[in-house]
Ligand binder design. Structure first.
Ligand SMILES: Cc1cc2nc3c(=O)[nH]c(=O)nc-3n(C[C@H](O)[C@H](O)[C@H](O)COP(=O)(O)OP(=O)(O)OC[C@H]3O[C@@H](n4cnc5c(N)ncnc54)[C@H](O)[C@@H]3O)c2cc1C
Length: 496
């Protein structure tokens, strides 16, 4: 196994500061610490208003406050409290120097921080955006599908890791601990935060309120109460004298003993996960598979007659590609085909499998032939097909992708059961629900520690795995965050 030098050069450290790796007795101070002062006369410094101090500095004005924001006020008396989910959230100053740093406040990072704190390690989270977990909140807009209620083995079989995953357990980690945080554990965890859940007919599990924000508020409050610090508008910008951050106060450098990177994948970059980290980690010797869209739509150059069907939901059809199939609903959009049904077969389509649509999945060939053999009378082809297929958008799809239609009923029946799904390729990753690719599992050890960067652990969608929608993504992120957090805590304790 090849280990590169740690990214935090000891030569850069001047003074001892417990908890900050590399700051031995003869070491120089890091140029930035997790230390901030509350401006005089204000009720709360902005979360991004940290004032960096030297390694050994302390301030009587600094309060060892909990830096995480309070949950949204439930009544007027609480309205002075900041809303953790709003822009420019304000909060108390931070004065503690954490032993471990988590970068990225998505579900994977928050779970890593929760685990580190539970293992007795002081931990802080650096987040580039003004508020945490924006993608998690976005996931809640269409109904937060937290997990899927199914036996663990069946559940984890839906998660596929990139190269070399066959040797490992579901998340590519040769350790059962990751898979140990499966659907049952995720449901118990959410209920522990006071969130009521329900299971839909397909086994998908949602909060009763469908939204992410109540869960996130409760979670942030619990993290705050366990001493986890959160610093927003702190953007990690690479390795330089430790970990370099762009902050509202200028450049800061941190040198924690253990770091968990939970920076997300490459979809919806406007929510924070812009994959800017790829170059810095590659330069440090980390093997990274290129990102590709996952759970995405496909571009279609529709003919003019299809315009009237833009926005139409396609229900009651089956999609097939390779070994994947779906009975889920999807939508004809201006740009192509989008929606859950298409996402379920999107990985196979993306990887080159031919797609097909069964426009009459509840009829076998013989039953369909009975419909097609009925006399057409004076009906136009379109109206006749509508009687058979029941739905104008389905007929439109048959005409769009099946023309010229065969006259022979046998051949027409076969076409209706297996209409070629014609597309121009996947939609852009920026529109995808998630991404495939990322840090290869060969590049991490069983604790999700980067082999090239000892002391640096990784979790969540930045790792090279993918899964369909259905709660698999969030559960995978939470499981890997917990696993990386636990391993980082053990690493920290070994170093102490
Ligand atoms: C529209 C939509 C709906 C979804 N619905 C569901 C669903 O219902 N169920 C499900 O299971 N999954 C769903 N997902 C997927 C799920 O939200 C993601 O898989 C999950 O959020 C990934 O978690 P993560 O912690 O790995 O990364 P992210 O949630 O992307 O968090 C990464 C964090 O790192 C921060 N960051 C990035 N770079 C830096 C930097 N340089 N410095 C500091 N911070 C940085 C980002 O700002 C971000 O806050 C949905 C996704 C989308 C887009």
């Amino acid at each position: 196994m090849h280990h590169r030098a740690a990214p935090f050069p000891r030569a850069a450290c001047r003074r001892r500061r417990p908890g900050w790796a590399g700051c031995g007795a003869d070491a120089p101070a890091p140029t930035g610490l997790w230390t901030a002062t509350r401006p005089h006369g204000t009720s709360g410094a902005k979360l991004g208003d940290a004032t960096a101090r030297g390694c050994g500095s302390s301030s009587a004005g600094n309060r060892p406050d909990l830096a995480l924001q309070q949950p949204r006020p439930a009544n007027a008396a609480d309205r002075t409290r900041p809303d953790p989910l709003g822009d420019d959230a304000t909060g108390p100053a931070v004065s503690q120097t954490p032993d471990a740093l988590v970068i990225g406040a998505g579900p994977a990072g928050l779970m890593a921080a929760e685990q580190l704190a539970a293992d007795g390690i002081s931990v802080a989270i650096a987040e580039a955006m003004p508020t945490p977990a924006r993608k998690f909140l976005m996931a809640g807009k269409s109904g937060l599908n937290l997990t899927k209620e199914q036996p663990a083995a069946a559940f984890w079989a839906n998660i596929s890791a990139g190269r070399s995953h066959a040797e490992h357990d579901p998340l590519g980690v040769p350790c059962a601990d990751t898979a140990a945080f499966g659907p049952d554990e995720v449901m118990a965890w959410a209920r522990g935060l006071g969130i009521e859940l329900f299971t839909g007919s397909t086994g998908r599990v949602f909060p009763v309120g469908m939204k992410a924000s109540p869960l996130l508020r409760a979670w942030l409050a619990r993290l705050r109460d366990s001493g986890v610090q959160l610093r927003v508008r702190w953007r990690w910008t690479g390795f330089e004298d430790g970990l370099r951050f762009q902050t509202p106060e200028g450049v800061q450098h941190l040198r924690p003993r253990a770091t968990v990177l939970a920076l997300g994948g490459a979809s919806w970059p406007q929510l924070g996960s812009d994959a800017a980290w790829m170059g810095w980690l590659r330069d440090a010797g980390v093997d990274i598979a290129p990102f590709q869209p996952a759970n995405m739509g496909f571009r279609v150059n529709w003919s003019a007659p299809m315009q009237r069907f833009f926005g139409s939901a396609i229900k009651g059809v089956a999609l097939h590609a390779g070994n994947a199939s779906s009975r889920g609903e999807w939508v004809i959009s201006q740009h192509g085909t989008e929606g859950g049904g298409v996402y379920e077969i999107s990985a196979a389509l993306r990887d080159g499998a031919a797609g097909s649509v069964d426009l009459a999945p509840d009829l076998d060939h013989a039953a369909l032939m009975q419909h097609l053999n009925r006399p057409r009378g004076k009906l136009s082809v379109g109206n006749w097909l509508r009687r058979v297929l029941g739905d104008p958008p389905k007929v439109a799809l048959l005409l769009e992708w099946g023309r010229p239609l065969p006259h022979d009923p046998q051949t027409l029946a076969r076409l209706i059961k297996s209409l070629p799904l014609r597309h121009e390729g996947p939609m852009d990753i920026a529109r995808a629900i998630s991404s495939a690719g990322g840090i290869r599992f060969d590049a991490v050890d069983e604790g999700l520690q980067l082999r090239a960067l000892p002391g640096v652990f990784v979790a969540g969608e930045m790792l090279d795995w993918e899964a369909p929608t259905g709660g698999y993504l969030l559960t995978g992120c939470l499981a890997s965050g917990r696993h990386a957090g636990r391993a980082a805590a053990q690493y920290h304790l070994r170093q102490s």
